[in-house]
Design a protein around this ligand. Structure first.
Ligand code: CTP
Length: 404
């Protein structure tokens, strides 16, 4: 996969910078074009000249032109690199750089290039075990993963400090294999396609402070949006209330209720090539929403009733309108799973349905993994093994591409 690919390598300041010299050599040997960008602190470990010699390219350390009196070289290198790259690798990535990337800083050539990037980003953290295990670092890594950034897990072993634990940068071969894998996983086979994804639950208000909702975390829908975007699609994500960051290059529309989600889907459906309804839309909503908080009626009260009415079945309604569109639904089932999912596929006029069973281990609400069965129009059902939600999303897209 690496032959003729443009790889930007961001090197930050850690003891393992020396391993990156071999990484550059291996990437070049595999036929990739490599441009190295470094933080100032990385240059304390290995000089830019070494990387320049190995990559046969100028190494960029500063955002600013060397000649302060000339504008010909003025600070757009990060934009150019962002457009040029097929993949960017930040390795070793220090805790400081990871924090900057998680929070969108643009104060050096690496963080600025990352913000301007249009291709997959791979980050290889390397630091001391306590820094790696620190909650702040772990939260920052989770933010990056949520955006669809690939993390090469650090290895365990003896660290530069003499401590033993996780935090070592993997060996060059492992890093290069990982980059190759990411390029293979993210072909631009959806470029030019407009994909609409719905995700998360809907909240149906009872009064100004209470609602009826469900346990959907939105992770599967967000993984689909991330995966489709990485494969070149123009992705719009309609999300119910979730606490997830927006995947890179994805247009996000936040909604709360089933009705709002319905309107948002209708607004976009006509211009869409593929609709994937991963949202757990409420089937019922209160007939009336109290204007003020409903007060407790005293200790002898026997409770209250909330009258509910059906919401519109968004998927059913839009699938009836479909012309060129491919429409994919999800089915969450607890019993007679296959039979129920197949009925939904037929009744809602879908091209494909993705079945989730609450009986499968590793497929619970909010988990990082999922177990799904993909059911096609002709009734063929394929159960995939338990995988991270991002990998499940990639498989769903592979099936989807076969539908054309
Ligand atoms: N769906 C929808 N609008 C609704 C309810 C569901 O568009 N009001 C979509 C979901 O996004 C999903 C599919 O329909 O893609 C199936 O949802 P699911 O909750 O599994 O089934 P329901 O159709 O709601 O039927 P039931 O709750 O009886 O299983």
């Amino acid at each position: 996969m690496l032959a003729d690919k443009n790889i930007v390598l961001g090197v930050t300041g850690g003891i393992s910078v020396y391993k990156m010299c071999t990484v550059v050599r291996l990437l070049k040997k595999a036929g990739a074009h490599v441009r190295v960008v470094m933080t100032q602190s990385a240059t304390e470990f290995v000089t830019p000249l070494t990387f320049s010699t190995l990559s046969e390219e100028e190494v960029i350390v500063s955002l600013w032109p060397k000649d302060k009196h000339s504008s010909t070289d003025l600070g757009v290198k990060h934009i150019d690199l962002g457009l040029w790259a097929h993949a960017m690798l930040v390795a070793p990535a220090t805790a400081n750089t990871i924090a900057h990337l998680a929070h969108g800083y643009a104060e050096d050539i690496i963080s600025s290039t990352v913000l301007a990037l249009r291709c997959p980003l791979i980050v290889a953290p390397a630091m001391d075990v306590d820094m790696w295990e620190n909650d702040a670092t772990q939260q920052n890594v989770s933010i990056l993963k949520g955006r669809g950034i690939f993390i090469i897990p650090p290895e365990s072993g003896e660290l530069a400090s003499g401590l033993v634990g996780a935090g070592r940068l993997p060996e060059p071969d492992t890093i290069v294999d990982y980059v190759d894998d990411v390029l293979e996983k993210t072909p631009c086979d959806l470029s030019g396609k407009k994909i609409l994804v719905t995700a998360g639950p809907t909240h149906e208000p009872i009064d100004p402070v209470r609602f009826i909702g469900n346990r959907s975390s939105g992770k599967m829908g967000f993984a689909l949006a991330t995966a489709a975007s990485l494969r070149g699609a123009d992705v719009t994500l309609i999300s119910g209330p979730v606490s997830l960051g927006t995947p890179k290059n994805v247009k996000r529309i936040d909604v709360e209720t089933a009705e709002q989600m319905h309107n948002a889907v209708l607004d976009h459906f006509e211009k869409t090539d593929i609709l994937i309804m991963a949202a757990a839309v409420a089937d019922y909503t209160p007939v009336e929403v109290a204007e003020h908080k409903i007060k407790k009626l005293g200790s002898h009260a026997h409770g209250i009733s909330v009258e509910l009415r059906s919401t519109s079945d968004i998927l059913h309604i839009v699938a009836e309108k479909k012309s060129k569109q491919i429409v994919v639904g999800f089915a969450l089932e607890t019993t007679n799973e296959l039979e129920h999912a197949k009925q939904k596929l037929e009744k809602k006029n879908l091209d494909m349905i993705v079945l989730n069973s609450t009986n499968d281990k590793g497929a619970a609400f909010g988990t990082e993994t999922n177990v799904v069965t993909i059911i096609q129009k002709d009734g063929t059902a394929t159960k995939l093994p338990k995988k991270p939600k991002f990998d499940v999303a990639m498989e769903i897209l592979n099936y989807l591409l076969k539908l054309k």
